[in-house]
Design a protein. Structure first.
Length: 253
């Protein structure tokens, strides 16, 4: 069975990376939730995708220059009075659920890794006993390496798209670099994976490979039928229904 992860909660259904979306996602029948973290200027972790506030919050400027108190007072767009959530608040939503938690470490507004963010994330996960369910993710291989150095047993996932592959010298060097990280899942942007699926399967195998972001019904059905571990989608409701239909169709009458 191909795992289904709700991207940024389920951003085509509810405000992305919002507590409302996370709470609603729990009841959809997905296998995982994906969300993103940035670090405040005073070293706390908040859940928001962009390094700038402008697109998803009622404010502007870099996330990383604000204090935790300032960030958690900024309202999210189209989410009523809800404000930017802390990582702790999001982990509390999923503490008693069976879902995998795909927690993506973002870089700051200048593309720099936040100092110490890896250790803070590991500690937040450990405080709640979520090590087995948490999959710590990033586009930056050096961040993945730091996670593994700090916590050798941590489950990790590297995201890959054309831009990040280019930064590593092309797709083959990128695959080789990520394959060298033991047990690292590699989630590849779907159009890039379409072009490289045979090579990706040869390098990583099915159980270390994922596709993102699949949103249209035909696209979701296609990737659910491929030899991959997981898909990440903004429409997990569609994905769950399509997976159920595919499973029913495969059962002999």
């Amino acid at each position: 069975m191909v795992f289904i992860a709700g991207h940024r909660g389920a951003r085509d259904l509810w405000p992305e990376n919002s507590l409302l979306g996370f709470r609603n996602l729990r009841g959809l029948g997905v296998d995982a939730v994906e969300f993103d973290i940035h670090q405040s200027v005073d070293g706390s972790l908040v859940v928001i995708h962009d390094p700038l506030l402008d697109r998803t919050a009622h404010d502007t400027g870099p996330v990383g220059i604000r204090t935790l108190k300032q960030l958690t007072a900024i309202r999210l767009r189209e989410a009523g009075e809800e404000c930017i959530p802390t990582l702790d608040a999001v982990l509390d939503v999923f503490r008693d659920s069976p879902l995998e938690l795909h927690i993506e470490i973002k870089t700051d507004a200048f593309g720099n890794p936040y100092p110490g963010i890896e250790g803070r994330l590991i500690e937040a996960v450990k405080r709640r006993g979520l090590e087995r369910r948490a999959v710590l993710t990033c586009f930056v291989p050096d961040v993945i390496a730091t996670l593994r150095r700090l916590s050798p047993q941590a489950r990790v996932l590297a995201s890959l798209d054309r831009r990040s592959a280019e930064m590593m010298g092309g797709i083959s060097p990128a695959f080789d670099r990520l394959a060298a990280i033991p047990d690292c899942i590699v989630a590849v942007e779907k159009s890039l994976l379409t072009l490289t699926l045979p090579l990706a399967l040869k390098v990583f195998g099915r159980e270390r490979l994922g596709a993102w972001v699949t949103n249209e019904p035909q696209d979701i059905a296609h990737w659910l039928a491929q030899p991959v571990r997981q898909i990440t989608t903004d429409r997990p409701d569609l994905a769950v229904n399509i997976r159920r239909e595919l499973a029913s169709a495969s059962v002999p009458s």
